[in-house]
Ligand binder design. Structure first.
Ligand SMILES: [Mg+2]
Length: 404
């Protein structure tokens, strides 16, 4: 094997596995993390025992319940998963010269320099598996390969607790040639549909219809054709908080909301959480985006560019003015976010201006918190940092909804 050596690591049923690790009574049972069956929402992760019932991520929780009424349903505990994830990433960092983190539980590791050859890479991969088992108490699946796509394919190949190697483009092609086009990661639902509509179902069909695929998908088509031959030159992108494209928070109400004053207040409370995250990253947003799903499941997103914003009250104000342009209908889900994140202030303000402005914003924020306190009988002012915790944020909003 010449060239790059890339490892793809993916924790097995991460959220569910953490819960089982911490509560042995759950072992061997179908554990479903996400919403609870009487709530609205979806499955976030589920154990392999639950998958045997046909349950999968992103499935409507009501459908999951129909398939497996005896399952154990739990809310996710993101704070816990985040702290477990940090420990896992520390192990990965020991072996990678570059790490591209994909999720809390998934990353590509470039081990070319440290491994030197395939034997070295195999040792590293198996060491990572062993250390995660011994030090964290969880299993993961690991793929070793010559490229990103092959490494990801390899780690999926023997899941859970798997290990697999794909050492050459030829091995990759032999493995996947008769699979559906979306076995090439990066081919999503829409691209698959487009290809299918043009008679291209299998990866073999992509290889045999190169020109057609390129004509259909342009530059992306070229990339997909290359992947189908196992050619993937992409370098790993080291995680950089500045690459975070958007910070947003959204909530699915337990009952549809048609009170637009309540929705505006909810946007402000969600914005407090968005602003805290943006601040933690040390960034500013240059765009605000509003998302609404109505009770007929139609979803709209509206965005607008702003000068720069980082305070909850600024984010909420932009969101509210976007909301005001929409027709009044029953709302199932509402979300707000900032995008176009950047790490410098666009406007050139003097220090006096900044102090004046910040005082102003502080005053407005306090006023708004006081108003909400009176309206909902909620003590925001002293507990505002608690809203950074997602579970408390959601409970607070549900409390507001019931209070109306
Ligand atoms: Mg995973």
């Amino acid at each position: 094997m010449q060239g790059k050596i890339i490892i793809h690591v993916d924790m097995d049923a991460f959220f569910a596995s953490v819960e089982v690790r911490d509560n042995p009574k759950l072992r061997g049972k179908p554990v479903i993390i996400g919403s609870l069956p009487h709530e609205r929402g979806v499955v976030s992760t589920c154990s392999y025992e639950a998958r045997k019932f046909g349950i999968h991520s992103a499935m409507n929780i009501k459908d999951a319940y129909k398939l497996c009424p005896k399952g154990i349903y739990m809310h996710p505990n993101f704070e816990k998963y985040k702290s477990v994830s940090e420990k896992i990433h520390k192990i990965w960092d020991c072996y990678a010269t570059t790490k591209e983190a994909i999720a809390l539980d998934e990353a590509y590791l470039d081990v070319t320099k440290k491994a030197k050859d395939i034997n070295g890479a195999r040792t590293i991969a198996l060491t990572i598996k062993r250390r995660i088992k011994e030090e964290i108490g969880l299993t993961c699946s690991v793929g070793v390969a010559y490229s990103k796509i092959a490494a990801k394919t390899a780690s999926e190949e023997k899941k859970p607790n798997g290990y697999y190697e794909i050492l050459t483009p030829k091995d990759f092609v032999n493995l996947v040639i008769d699979r559906d086009v979306d076995a090439l990661y990066t081919v999503g639902k829409k691209t698959k549909e487009k290809l299918n509509n043009n008679g291209i179902y299998k990866i073999r069909d992509i290889e045999e219809n190169k020109e057609k695929v390129i004509k259909l998908l342009g530059k992306r088509g070229e990339f997909i054709v290359n992947l189908s031959f196992g050619i993937d030159e992409r370098e790993l992108k080291e995680y950089d908080p500045k690459n975070v494209q958007q910070v947003s928070r959204e909530i699915t109400f337990q009952k549809d909301v048609s009170d637009y004053e309540l929705l505006k207040d909810v946007l402000f409370v969600l914005s407090i959480s968005v602003a805290s995250k943006v601040k933690e990253l040390g960034l500013y947003g240059k765009g605000v985006t509003l998302k609404i799903t109505y009770n007929d499941m139609k979803t709209i997103t509206r965005s607008r560019l702003v000068n720069s914003c980082k305070y909850a009250i600024e984010i909420a104000k932009s969101g509210i003015s976007l909301l005001e342009q929409e027709e009044l209908k029953k709302v199932r889900l509402i979300g707000i976010g900032v995008y176009n994140l950047t790490n410098y202030e666009i406007r050139q303000l003097s220090l006096d201006d900044i102090i004046y402005e910040e005082n102003h914003i502080l005053k407005d924020t306090k006023k708004e918190l006081k108003r909400l306190k009176e309206k909902y009988n909620l003590d925001f002012e002293n507990n505002i940092t608690k809203l950074y915790k997602i579970s408390i944020l959601f409970n607070t909003i549900e409390y507001m909804r019931k209070h109306i």
